[in-house]
Structures are given as C-alpha cells and as structure tokens.
Design a protein around this ligand. Structure first.
Ligand SMILES: [Zn+2]
Length: 455
C-alpha cells in the first residue's frame, strides 16, 4: 500500500485542486433545487482509480482531454475502507454503495447475525419503481450482487442467482449464464421477460423486461470481444435505458464496468485502458439519456483502485494502443496448447520475450495466475508498473486492490446534493433521501418501526 500511495499521491493532489472549482458546465447542468429525480443511474467502474482514468485518456489519444465522465460538473472523492480492512474488496464496497452500511470484505449486504441489510433496489421495488442491472462481469459477481442479494460470502453465486431470480430486477444484462439454471431461466420467461443471448436478439427485443446472458462467465475483455456474440457495455446501457423507459414510474439502473478491475489484477495496463474507455462510452450513453430526460440523476464512481498501477516516465502510448489482445487471451491460448513464444507474438504483436521476461512468466515460485505474470511483463514494456509480483502474491485478502480514495462524478437533477468529500456509505443515503426511499425497513415492517418511534 505504501508504494502505491507514494506514487499516486501527487496526481491525487493535482486533480483535487483541479476538481474543486465549479465549472461553467455546472451552471448549465439541469439540476434543480426543487424537483426530485425520477430516474437514477449509478455507474461503477470496478477497480477504476485515478491512474486507471489517466490511462484511459492515454488510450483515447490525448492525456489532456477528459473522458466523458470527467466532463461532468460535480466531482469529488469517496473513502472506501470496509469494516474489516483499510483496503476494501468489491463485495464490501458495493454493499456500502447499495445499502449505506459497511460490512467486512467478501460479505454481501448481510449483518454478522445473518440479517439482510436493505439495499436501494429493494427500497425502490417497495415503492413500485423499476430497476435494472448492466455489467460485463457475471451478473452474480460482487458489485451487482450487493444490489440484489444477501450472502455471507461473495463466492455463493448460486444463492445470489436464486435471490436475483426471486427479487427480479426488470432488466438484467451481462455475463454469468452458467450460474442461471434452466429452471431460473424458465421462471424469467414465465414472468414475461425476453431471454436473449446475443447482440442481435438484444437489439430486436421490444419488451420492458429483459434478461440477457451473453457469456457463460465474465464477458470478454474489450480487445478480445467479438461484437457478433457479445454486445458492448454502451449498447447494453442503451438497451436497458430504453426498456426501463417503457411505462416508467421511475427507475434505478446500475451499470458496472466490471473488468477494469480484472485488468488491474492481471497487471495488464492495455486491458485496463480499453475497459476504462468502454466504461466511458457507456457513460456517454447515460449522459445523453439524462440530457433528453431532465428528471434523471447520474452518479459515477469506482469501488476501489486495483493493482497499484503507476504510469511511469517511460510510458509508451503508441504501444498501449497497438497491443491487439489481453494477457487473459494469451494465457488462454497457452492453456489450450499454444507455446508461450507464439501466443505472445500473436497476442501482443511485439518483439519476442527476452530471457528475464520469460523467466518471470515461467517462475513457479510466484504463486500468481499466468495472465498476471504475462500482463506484468507486457505492461512494463509500455512503461506501466504495478505492485511487484512478489508483493502482489502476498495480498491474499483482495488479490491486489489498493486503499486510495476513488473519484466520483455526478450530473443531472439534484446532482448538487452529492457534493463534498464523502464516504461511500453517504451515497445511497443521499440518493434514498432524494427519491423518498426508505433504506431502513420494508413497507411491511415500517408500521412496526414507526410505532417504536424509529425512522
Ligand atoms: Zn478486484
């Protein structure tokens, strides 16, 4: 953690100074002090700290040009520690963002006594609002799970899928097909959902309820994604907004750019850059929706940074843009029988590995996945550095997250209510207050708690 803090602190300070002053965009924001938002879009770049954002700018072509969400008028930072660790994981972090309460790492919205902690989506359903989830990870992965389930450990994905199926958000688009059994799928169809598994059928769907399962596990990294078989995060976001807008009493939509984090775990700077841009494109879609539908609030943030990324003086933008595949793709090639040299050549298009790079990748004493070792070597060539592999190998609890604050950005109706240095737990509390949602108890138990004088 010390290493990351040292490297990233000056950048954080510089951006804080830049981010504080209100901009002219702030004046033209459709925020209103009187009206409450009808629709809220929460967008989470999993693993997206400030260095990941800066890397996205480099891939986009100009380190001086802000990405879509950086142009938004309201900006600040959130603290992210969990109740058990300074360095949070996605489960505890998403729980904080979904419920307003801190839990230990790996826990999804449940107390130590096993009691479910109410989330924003449950409060929204209680009020007859619609909800949706878009992610490029498995739908049952930690971040979407915190908005739809309660389990002791994030790895209980079957239970998460069962709870999701019971609670039924109106739109669910992402990966994780293998976790949704034939029975569960049938239940969705019987409840009137369109069940789609490819971009064409997603585009064709006209229903207000859709479940889209586009990969058995996480959807592919952007560099490896086949647009014929997997839609982009931006396309899924556009479709979700369209479907949720049909006979709309108001909605809450969660959009997760979930694989920025995976690029961080894999020390793959090129993949991080591509995933961040895919997320920025999804934000563009959401912002253009909010421009047309003035009663919409957008809140964009991250759950934690990942990998201890540092952009060094030897950063090579041309190389970052040229590498055709992710280290995950290269690693899969090797697992399916290709030799390291040819998989490296095909996956990176770069000069062959030298002896020391090869020794790092083949070092049996480094208990890390092969894609992380390949990513580490690949990124170093582009001047992008991460936790030393020996350090990362000892980071058992989160496999390499870091404890820095995360940025947030907001736009739209009452976005000014989200101003100021906050903790993650403040976000759902403020959103619930804006929408008049009760995060403390369901309508069934509400009478009891008001009788006790509790609010
Ligand atoms: Zn992670």
């Amino acid at each position: 953690m010390n290493i990351t803090t040292k490297i990233t602190y000056p950048i954080l300070v510089a951006l804080t100074v830049l981010g504080i002053a209100p901009t002219s965009a702030q004046k033209s924001s459709p925020s209103s002090k009187t009206s409450a938002p009808k629709n809220v879009i929460i967008m989470i770049g999993d693993g997206m700290g400030l260095n990941q954002v800066a890397l996205g700018r480099i891939l986009a072509g100009d380190p001086g040009t802000p990405l879509s969400f950086e142009k938004l008028p309201i900006r600040g930072y959130l603290s992210t520690h969990s109740s058990s660790h300074i360095v949070t994981d996605s489960a505890a972090s998403a729980t904080a963002l979904a419920t307003g309460q801190k839990v230990p790492n790996h826990v999804i919205a449940i107390t130590g006594e096993g009691k479910p902690i109410r989330n924003l989506f449950e409060a929204a359903h209680d009020r007859g609002l619609r909800t949706g989830i878009v992610t490029n990870t498995r739908l049952t992965h930690a971040t979407p799970a915190a908005f739809s389930a309660h389990v002791v450990h994030r790895s209980q994905e079957k239970s998460i899928a069962a709870q999701m199926t019971r609670n039924k958000s109106h739109v669910l688009l992402g990966g994780g097909g293998r976790v949704f059994s034939a029975e569960m799928r049938k239940e969705y169809v019987q409840a009137g959902y369109d069940l789609v598994t490819d971009p064409k059928s997603l585009a064709k769907s006209r229903k207000s309820r859709i479940i889209g399962l586009f990969h058995s596990s996480h959807m592919s990294f952007e560099q490896d994604r086949n647009p014929e078989t997997e839609p982009s995060l931006a396309d899924m976001t556009a479709k979700a907004l369209k479907a949720l807008s049909i006979r709309n009493p108001g909605f809450l939509l969660l959009v997760e750019g979930g694989r920025i984090d995976h690029g961080g775990h894999a020390h793959d700077g090129c993949a991080i850059a591509h995933q961040t841009i895919a997320f920025a494109k999804a934000v563009e879609v959401a912002v253009s929706f909010a421009r047309k539908n003035k009663n919409t609030l957008i809140f964009i943030t991250a759950d934690h940074p990942t990998g201890g990324l540092a952009i060094s003086e030897s950063v090579d933008p041309k190389m970052i843009r040229s590498v055709p595949h992710s280290s995950e793709w290269i690693s899969k090639k090797i697992k399916s029988g290709a030799d390291l040299a040819s998989a490296w050549k095909e996956g990176t298009g770069l000069d062959p590995l030298n002896e020391s790079e090869r020794a790092t990748i083949e070092n049996p004493n480094l208990k890390l996945r092969m894609n992380t070792k390949i990513g580490h070597v690949l990124s170093a060539r582009a001047g992008l550095h991460f936790y030393p592999l020996e350090v990362q190998a000892t980071h058992y609890n989160t496999s390499g997250h870091d404890g820095l604050f995360v940025p947030y950005y907001a736009y739209g109706t009452r976005a000014t209510s989200l101003i100021g240095m906050m903790d993650q737990t403040d976000v759902p509390k403020r959103i619930a207050r804006l929408l008049g949602l009760n995060l403390h108890s369901s309508s069934k138990s509400k009478k009891k708690s008001t009788a006790n004088g509790k609010k």
